[in-house]
Design a protein around this ligand. Structure first.
Ligand code: B1M
Length: 215
């Protein structure tokens, strides 16, 4: 297979051997972010479709996710870094009950490469832990990620909890992840939250929202 198709195929097949060499060759032809967006994420999309239609079993999805993570880790040091930092602080967490973190970690990379400090709490984070860390690190915004449909319900509960604790005015919230839609966030959740809640379709929209919030 040609190089870029092979990279996509590596994600689908969970094939790691030789990954770094292929990525190095790919970086001679285009920037690391384009490799992620155009080739690696295309592979993850196929994985999602195969899994969703019952043609791929979970252990193989896990392998694909691991190759994806290894690839991003290899590319990350080669990415352009625009600013020194200090533009603002974003807390990131995958919500309670949800282990998906590839998207959240991409948001971390993009946002922190563009001048923000990111506190990345990891996966399965209950609202308590999120709010404690937000307070401890004095963040400017809270970003929650979730890929399961049930995570959208958790996000709604989290926003209600934030209202009750009186922190809505303090923390603008960014939400992202494949289970969300813009309409759900901008209509349903916006109605729930007493503060500012925004939907980010991808990591770049997350960055733009931070730029707007901190302007
Ligand atoms: Co899971 N999984 N999974 N999975 N998995 C999905 C989400 C699913 C849609 C697959 C499917 O059925 N087609 C489905 C959810 C169905 C639903 O809820 N309706 C599903 C399921 C069912 C499950 C399990 C329940 C399976 C099981 O156990 N039977 C289980 C759940 C475990 C749990 O969470 N409690 C499970 C487990 C796993 C793995 C562990 C094997 C693995 C995750 C590994 C990991 O993340 N470390 C995995 C994977 C890889 C997927 C798919 C195939 C790919 C997800 C991914 O990484 N995509 C996924 C299929 C899909 O999403 N269609 C699927 C690439 C990533 C870059 O995209 O995270 O969407 P994404 O991020 C995007 C944007 O959404 C956005 O930016 C990114 C792009 O720039 N974004 C943000 C994300 N977060 C953001 C936050 C922001 C801003 C933007 O600001 C805060």
């Amino acid at each position: 297979l040609p190089l870029f198709e092979r990279l996509e195929r590596r994600i689908i097949d969970g094939e790691r051997t030789g990954l770094e060499a292929d990525l190095d060759a790919a970086m001679e032809q285009k920037p690391p972010l384009d490799i992620i967006n155009e080739n690696l994420l295309a592979g993850m999309k196929v994985v999602g479709d195969l899994f969703g239609s019952g043609q791929m079993q979970l252990p193989f999805v896990l392998q694909s996710a691991e190759v994806m993570k290894a690839a991003v880790a290899h590319l990350e040091p080669h990415m352009e870094k625009n600013d020194a930092g200090g533009k603002g602080k974003l807390l990131l967490a995958t919500v309670k009950g949800d282990v998906h973190d590839i998207g959240k970690n991409l948001v971390d990379i993009i946002v922190s490469n563009n001048g923000y400090d990111v506190v990345n709490l990891g996966i399965k984070q209950p609202i308590n832990a999120i709010l404690e860390a937000a307070e401890e690190h004095q963040v400017d915004a809270i970003g929650m990620s979730g890929l399961l449909v049930k995570s959208t319900v958790i996000m709604k509960d989290n926003l209600r909890e934030m209202n009750e604790r009186g922190v809505a005015a303090k923390y603008p919230v960014l939400l992202g992840g494949a289970a969300l839609t813009r309409t759900f966030v901008e209509n349903d959740l916006d109605e729930v939250y007493e503060g500012d809640v925004r939907y980010a379709k991808d990591a770049f929209e997350g960055l733009h929202l931070m730029d707007r919030l901190m302007a």
